[in-house]
Design a protein around this ligand. Structure first.
Ligand code: FAD
Length: 116
């Protein structure tokens, strides 16, 4: 099938939103198992993301800049950085990672729960 830039961009936006929202809820103090789970997830994501070119680029990004999983802050900062690497390659504006704090809200309504 032909490339459809609109669909490709829509998938990208939805995916970035999901990934940033996911790491915004990663534990502040992850267990070794939490850390392994996130690292494994990111690598599997790089294998399975349906845009083949995007996934290939992302895998080389992972090889150069391994995912940071020591804390929520580290994970969110790493993902923001990685997204900015993609932004630069696509000649999009770079996002200020200092502003990532409250930007991604899952709307889950269970913020009071431990470590969420
Ligand atoms: P997006 O980049 O989708 O970002 C959505 C919103 O996130 C922005 O409007 C902004 O509010 C916020 N944002 C921007 N930067 C950051 C950041 N650093 N941290 C946190 N939030 C931020 N498209 C291609 O054409 N070629 C590719 O090779 C390619 N590779 C991709 C690889 C991955 C892993 C993913 C998830 C997507 C990839 N895409 C690729 C899609 C591309 O990154 C964009 O999602 C798409 O072009 C739509 O761009 P957008 O301008 O709407 O903003």
């Amino acid at each position: 099938k032909m490339e459809n830039a609109t669909l490709k961009a829509e998938l990208g936006r939805a995916t970035w939103r999901f990934l940033h929202t996911m790491v915004a809820r990663f534990p502040e103090k992850p267990t070794p198992d939490d850390r392994k789970t996130l690292e494994t997830f990111i690598h599997l994501f790089g294998r399975l993301y349906p845009c083949g070119d995007c996934a290939r680029h992302f895998r080389s990004l992972l090889a150069k800049y391994p995912p940071q999983t020591s804390s929520r802050n580290a994970a969110a900062g790493w993902l923001c950085f990685a997204h900015n690497v993609v932004n630069e390659r696509l000649q999009k504006p770079v996002f200020d990672c200092n502003n990532i704090g409250d930007f991604y809200d899952c709307g889950c309504g269970d913020e009071g729960k431990k470590d969420k």
